[in-house]
Design a protein around this ligand. Structure first.
Ligand code: PLP
Length: 368
């Protein structure tokens, strides 16, 4: 029984992924131990922020880094930093940035809602989002023509939430940004490669701690030393309500260490085996059809995709999803393509016994 069931809450079978609404991920015993040890001692927080930044940078290859309470906070602190550039007077006026270069250019297909609008995180840091192009087509000219003396930075969002076609590449955005002496910020919150975007020449890259890393609730910004310094300074101002606990930082550092030593290929294979089980068993249930699909953003994540076979059932995918959610345990799937009649099952968060439970519940739903 989980500690949540002990207080009367439902058991969750998470086939949705590393999503905030279900608690993102679970930490390992070693990460938990690091967090507990961190919580039980005092430390000079300023020194911890700096030292943790140095350690994080060893895993990203960047000049410097800054731990955050979440990727959302990382976006906000980065934006606040590139606008106020370490100037105390300007920082103390945040979130008001009237008269400053405060515009943040992003592609229209990148203006996403990841559970909250990215637009909100930009504004929270004093930025004014400037969306360029159309939702399905952006050209380098759109970006170039939007740059004025009011521009503070360019923001690229790497996510499966984004429109995946018709957008300008990171390399092109980087070249445009640097030609204009502007920083390129990348929101790579859910990405699994902590070196890639720094190696590509991004100036600030933001990651979530609890997603790919399975760390404590946290995040980090990694990138150019000067810009990281500007972001870290925000903890004495607008960043205060986003402060990251010392125990969360220690959990994050332990998770980075574990991630480095993890056999990721073996993990992918284990997850594929779970997907294959689900696909095979789903296809045995009358009225259901299932296939294995790869993540839309091209990550090494495979999922089982369920559709209904209208020749053999009157139920819609939406009804099946509702019935999966109902009752205890509640089975939570990815529903991004539910309007197209598809339910996706992410194998990564499934624990022992979950995949069998999903099949049992589906059988009951389809028989009932
Ligand atoms: C999850 C996500 C975020 C927010 O991450 P948190 O750590 O939950 O704040 C931001 N951007 C993208 C693209 C995400 O997927």
């Amino acid at each position: 029984m989980s500690i949540y069931e002990e207080i009367g809450l439902r058991r969750v079978v998470n086939a949705s992924g590393r999503v905030t609404v279900l608690g993102v991920s679970t930490i390992s015993d070693d990460v938990a131990k690091a967090a507990v040890a961190g919580a039980q001692s005092y430390v000079v927080i300023e020194e911890l922020l700096v030292r943790a930044g140095e350690i994080i940078s060893q895993y990203t290859g960047a000049e410097d880094s800054c731990p955050t309470s979440s990727a959302s906070a990382g976006i906000c602190l980065s934006i606040a930093g590139v606008i106020t550039k370490g100037k105390k007077t300007l920082m103390e006026k945040l979130p008001n940035t009237d008269g400053l270069a405060n515009e943040i250019i992003l592609q229209k297909g990148h203006s996403i809602n990841f559970g909250a609008p990215i637009d909100t995180m930009i504004r929270l840091g004093g930025g004014v989002p400037v969306e360029v192009g159309q939702a399905t087509e952006v050209t380098p000219e759109h970006i170039e023509e939007a740059i004025t003396e009011k521009t503070a930075a360019l923001l690229y969002v790497k996510s499966h939430h984004c429109v995946q076609k018709g957008m300008v590449s990171i390399e092109t955005m980087r070249d445009i940004a640097h030609r204009h002496n502007l920083p390129l910020i990348i929101d790579a919150a859910a990405e699994e490669d902590f070196r890639k975007y720094i190696a590509l020449g991004a100036d600030l890259v933001i990651y979530s701690g609890a997603k790919a890393l399975e760390a404590t609730t946290s995040g980090f910004i990694t990138g150019k030393k000067e810009l990281i310094g500007y972001a870290r300074e925000q903890y004495h101002g607008i960043g205060r309500p986003m402060k990251v606990g010392k125990e969360m930082i220690m959990g994050l550092l332990k998770a980075l260490d574990q991630y480095e030593h993890k056999d990721r290929e073996a993990e992918v294979q284990k997850n594929i085996a779970k997907v294959q089980y689900l696909v095979e068993e789903m296809n045995k249930i009358s009225g259901l059809k299932a296939v294995q699909v790869q993540d839309e953003a091209g990550r090494a994540i495979y999922r089982a995709r369920l559709t209904v076979d209208p020749a053999n059932t009157d139920k819609t995918a939406a009804q099946i999803n509702e019935e999966l959610k109902a009752g205890n345990p509640t089975v939570r799937c990815r529903t991004e393509f539910l309007n197209l009649g598809m339910i996706d099952f992410d194998p990564r968060p499934l624990v022992e016994g979950d995949k069998e439970l999903i099949i049992e519940k589906l059988k009951k739903i389809m028989e009932g």
